[in-house]
Ligand binder design. Structure first.
Ligand SMILES: Cc1ncc(COP(=O)(O)O)c(C=O)c1O
Length: 497
């Protein structure tokens, strides 16, 4: 493919993508496929002779799109948002084209310095304490990790290295055996997985009635463990758990971590982005106590995968244990009056894309104002869904709705019935929801996951929930219910076009 051919095919693909977005509302969100469907549709071996762009494109709808769950559909209400936006997609094309990696400063000077600038821009938008920003001239700074799992793993490995260093009276192996990390029973698995990978003990602590981890629980656990000879060294605190978007009490926890020399890492993967709105900034109050903090622009800040922003108060805590310095990675030019980071010392992997370019396009083309408005719009839609749930006496809300996720269940019904309801809703395939459990209770989660979801889509989804509930609870009486539906409910087919 030469540049002329690339121009022709690239333009065609941009049009295809635009058409995809234009028709997304009318596509069933869930694919109608079964395990092994693709095997029957593609050859067993790679083609020996080159095929044309047209040959490949011909199979997009019939092979690939056939089995795609449409995460960008306005009827997708699962998990937490996964960002994608046209400015980020455009920038992504350039990221791929440049293929220039900010691993050392000289490997991509613009990539390194734009990452420094974007992490400071974003940090300022969140009103992070100055010490997290490069612009403070202090020890802190930010880095783009691939995922929140990576951020948590980097944090725990760095915290482990610090603990081993501080306990020089023991061998690293002896210290490792005694280290204990904490997180809440509600936290995302990224914290537990990080501890597993770092080969350290971890305790999942119980939460209060709002699914929030409180200071006294942590203090009691630390006391108990110290009495047994363990060394508490790390807390994975959550701002917005995946299940209920619960927020741990960072101020209470932070004070204890400070006293006990415990590294507090905050996982704010989804909810942290809301802190760019002044009215939601309180969610990260207490961030000043943390050693490291992470949120994912690839969730709620319109940068498509992969982009997890991580800040640390003292960057040497990461760059020392992660440092490898072979001759082939040496910087070419160290002149200049400001010392810039070599990001290869901040991450697990070496190769890393020029992701700051995507942040740069998104932050400039939306501006802080539009990004705030988008968050507010999603929260408002979640509130709309919450009101619909609260108006139906058969349901109950499981957790306080603060941001864009509503956790709900059939009141007085056991886990099996609620699971059956979810199955029916998803089997219908017009919307897609995912569940969770907290304290042994199974519930459904409705997430405003996609920016194009509007108020009509929320009503549409609620109608489907009600329809399936009617059937499940055996209340569906033909005629009478149909009549009620016509009066009370938005016409589902109208939305599904
Ligand atoms: C609270 C929270 N933390 C961490 C993660 C994991 O994010 P990532 O896929 O970037 O590792 C998620 C994913 O949904 C999440 O909701």
């Amino acid at each position: 493919m030469d540049t002329d051919e690339f121009r022709r095919c690239g333009t065609d693909m941009v049009n295809y993508v635009a058409d995809y977005f234009d028709t997304l509302r009318s596509r069933p969100v869930m694919p109608y496929v079964q395990h092994g469907f693709l095997k029957k549709l593609i050859p067993e071996k790679a083609p020996h002779k080159a095929e044309s762009y047209e040959d490949v494109k011909k199979d997009l709808e019939d092979v690939v799109l056939k089995g795609v769950l449409h995460w960008r559909s306005p009827h997708f209400h699962a998990f937490v948002p996964l960002a994608s936006s046209f400015p980020a997609l455009i920038a992504d094309m350039l990221v791929g084209a440049l293929s220039s990696m900010p691993i050392t400063w000289s490997a991509n000077p613009s990539g390194t310095e734009l990452e420094v600038a974007m992490m400071d821009w974003l940090g300022q938008m969140l009103k992070l304490p100055e010490e997290f920003l490069f612009s403070s001239g202090g020890k802190g700074g930010g880095v783009i990790q691939m995922t929140a799992d990576d951020s948590a793993t980097v944090a725990i490995i760095a915290a482990r290295a610090r603990a081993v260093r501080e306990h020089g009276d023991m061998t690293p192996g002896q210290t490792l055996d005694k280290l204990v990390a904490y997180t809440s029973a509600e936290a995302h698995t990224c914290i537990k997985k990080a501890a597993q990978l770092a080969l350290v003990n971890i305790r999942l602590l119980p939460t209060d009635e709002n699914f929030s981890l409180r200071g006294q629980t942590l203090a009691a656990a630390i006391k108990e463990d110290k009495n047994k000879g363990f060394i508490p060294f790390f807390l994975g605190a959550s701002v917005g758990t995946t299940s209920t978007i619960a927020v741990d009490n960072l101020c209470e926890l932070g004070k204890i971590c400070e006293q006990e020399n415990v590294w507090m890492h905050i996982d704010a993967a989804y909810a942290g982005s809301a802190a760019i709105c002044p009215e939601f900034r309180y969610l990260i109050n207490g961030v000043e106590y943390s050693t490291s903090f992470c949120l994912n622009p690839h969730k709620w800040l319109h940068v498509n995968l992969l982009c997890s922003a991580m800040w640390i108060k003292d960057r040497e805590l990461i760059t020392e244990p992660f440092n490898v310095d072979p001759v082939y990675l040496r910087n070419h030019n160290l002149n200049g009056d400001v010392k810039m980071p070599d990001y290869r010392h901040w991450t697990i992997q070496l190769s890393r894309p020029f992701t700051s370019l995507k942040l740069w396009f998104v932050l400039r083309m939306y501006g802080v104002q539009q990004l705030q408005e988008r968050i507010r719009k999603d929260v408002k839609l979640a509130k709309q869904f919450e009101a619909l749930v609260r108006n139906d006496h058969r349901f109950e809300i499981v957790a306080q709705v603060v941001l864009g996720v509503v956790c709900f269940k059939l009141k007085g019904k056991n886990n099996d019935v609620n699971e059956e309801l979810l199955k029916r809703i998803n089997d219908d395939r017009r919307i897609y929801l995912t569940p969770s459990t907290s304290k042994g209770v199974f519930y459904l989660r409705f997430c405003i996951a996609v920016y194009t979801t509007d108020s009509k889509d929320v009503s549409f989804a609620w109608n489907i929930v009600q329809e399936q509930t009617d059937v499940l609870l055996g209340l569906h009486v033909n005629g009478i219910d149909e009549k009620t539906k016509k009066i009370d409910k938005v016409d589902a087919t109208e939305c599904f076009q």
